[in-house]
Design a protein around this ligand. Structure first.
Ligand SMILES: [Zn+2]
Length: 267
């Protein structure tokens, strides 16, 4: 299978689906991560072109950790709009990769770039099959399955976790991906969270600190969906699960049955 994970920023695919991406690659599937913006606003004392280049390098480091591809579109960070031009860029990306499965943000999210990425992909979902739209890039004869990345927002509705992927066995890989995003994990995000003074010096100490931060932020998710994990994996296993990633299947695109879903997410 060919899996395209489209995030707004050069670290969103990693953050929301890095573990699942690692598992797909381990099973022999092809994973491409795509950032809709170049991340050139994601810092407190750097910005513009040099930051975009730095963040691009971070994506390539992250992709190497799991053996995936990572593409970054040169749109400005913080300014992504659901324009026709951007929709056509998304259509091209989905077609050229010949994606079977496309995963992206929901169109309700705290960050306008995430929201607009969700909107752009949703608006491309049917159009990828229409020959007269972007006619010079061959249209898809089979519509991909579209899925949404997990988020914690509840209005107008919380995410319905059709798919729960247990990532405990690939946690080190996911943290390895995070560790590549130095400008984000050790600089911008701690600054934005007012905890920059807690970031230690030195590679090993930083890695350990990052693992702690991840545990703090991602740990509660498994408790929140413990019942759903039990439905999918059985009660006994569910009790031991620490970290998960969740996905909701979009109503647009190919609609997999629950049995199909086990094939689409073969973990
Ligand atoms: Zn983001």
């Amino acid at each position: 299978m060919r899996i395209l994970i489209i995030g707004a920023h050069p670290d969103d695919p990693d953050w929301y689906a890095g573990g699942t991406a690692a598992k797909f690659v381990q099973k022999g599937h092809k994973v491409r991560m795509l950032a809709m913006t170049n991340g050139n606003a994601g810092h407190y004392k750097e910005g513009g072109g040099p930051l975009a280049v730095r963040r691009y390098q971070e994506t390539q480091c992250s992709a190497r950790v799991i053996g995936a591809e990572y593409l970054v579109l040169d749109n400005d960070d913080g300014k992504l709009l659901p324009t026709l031009e951007n929709r056509e860029k998304v259509i091209r990306q989905i077609r050229e990769f010949n994606a079977d499965l496309v995963i992206t943000h929901r169109p309700n999210d705290y960050h306008p770039d995430h929201r607009n990425t969700g909107l752009l992909v949703r608006d491309a979902a049917y159009m990828v099959t229409v020959p007269n739209i972007v006619p010079l890039v061959p249209h898809l004869r089979k519509n991909p399955v579209f899925a949404y990345l997990g988020d914690e927002f509840t209005k107008p509705n919380p995410i319905e976790p059709d798919v729960v992927v247990v990532i405990d066995d690939v946690l080190e890989k996911k943290l390895g991906m995070f560790h590549c995003h130095v400008s984000q994990m050790y600089e911008w995000l701690p600054y934005n969270m007012n905890i920059l003074d807690q970031v230690p010096d030195g590679e090993a100490a930083r890695k350990q600190w990052l693992a702690g931060l991840h545990a703090q932020m991602a740990g509660p998710l498994a408790d929140k969906y413990r019942e759903r994990i039990a439905e999918l994996y059985g009660r006994e296993r569910a009790q031991k699960v620490k970290y998960i990633e969740v996905f909701e299947i979009s109503e647009y695109g190919t609609q997999p049955s629950p049995e199909d879903l086990r094939l689409w997410f073969p973990f």
